[in-house]
Design a protein around this ligand. Structure first.
Ligand SMILES: [Ca+2]
Length: 218
């Protein structure tokens, strides 16, 4: 829908976005600039939807995120729960840029989890993965980022959804992938209890829990 050129006030988007359980109004200016969440580090944000309770009849459930960082007008959100099980890539060698996981996060996940108005809130951000530069909407944390944002093990603990535990009952859903790799055959991973380190990695074709992350306009 074309934006009204003469509009003097920002267009209010009616999105179901919440910060600490309180609805927030999101405004998009006529230049496309977004006045975003106004969230702080540690806040809980509700944005977007993904199937979580394994009941397909009631639709997808709202995604809850934790705010890890706020800078440059953006907030870094990480999904509180592991929402899906994915391979990093079906075969190796591969890097983050060429991985099927990155394609899924920026493709099906991004378009299914976020309604068109919500997508305007998600920033297209430059990531550094051990020197590899990419631009992504949705991604997962690197080992370096985990070590910065979660200095102690327990704070990085997570859980998977009922959907994951039901659909992937035969898989090990207590390990989550990280974005960075020790080499192009493997990717770092972390236990749901928060354990991670340079010795925690597995082959890229393993299925691991995915906690998506996004930078949103704040
Ligand atoms: Ca559901």
């Amino acid at each position: 829908m074309p934006k009204a050129v003469a509009a003097a006030t920002p267009e209010q988007l009616s999105l179901s976005v919440e910060v600490n359980d309180a609805p927030v109004e999101i405004a998009v200016g006529i230049d496309g600039a977004v006045k975003g969440l106004g969230a702080s580090v540690g806040d809980t944000v509700t944005l977007g939807r993904y199937e979580q309770d394994a009941d397909l009849n009631n639709g997808a459930e709202p995604i809850t995120w934790k705010v890890l960082d706020v800078k440059d007008g953006k907030a870094l959100l990480v999904s509180e729960y592991g929402l899906e099980m994915k391979q990093y890539n079906p075969s190796s060698p591969v890097n983050w840029e060429g991985s099927s996981l990155r394609a899924w996060l920026n493709g099906d996940f991004y378009t299914n989890a976020f309604a068109p108005g919500e997508r305007e809130l998600v920033a297209y951000s430059t990531l550094d993965t051990k020197g590899l530069s990419t631009q992504d909407y949705a991604f997962i944390l690197s080992l370096d980022e985990v070590n910065v944002y979660y200095p102690n093990k327990a704070s990085f603990a997570t859980n998977s959804t009922r959907y994951v535990k039901t659909v992937y009952a035969n898989l090990e859903y207590n390990w989550r992938f990280l974005r960075s790799q020790p080499n192009n055959d493997r990717a770092y991973d972390a236990n749901v209890d928060g354990t991670r380190g340079t010795s925690n990695y597995n082959y890229v074709n393993k299925y691991r829990l995915i906690n998506p992350a996004v930078w949103v306009w704040n």
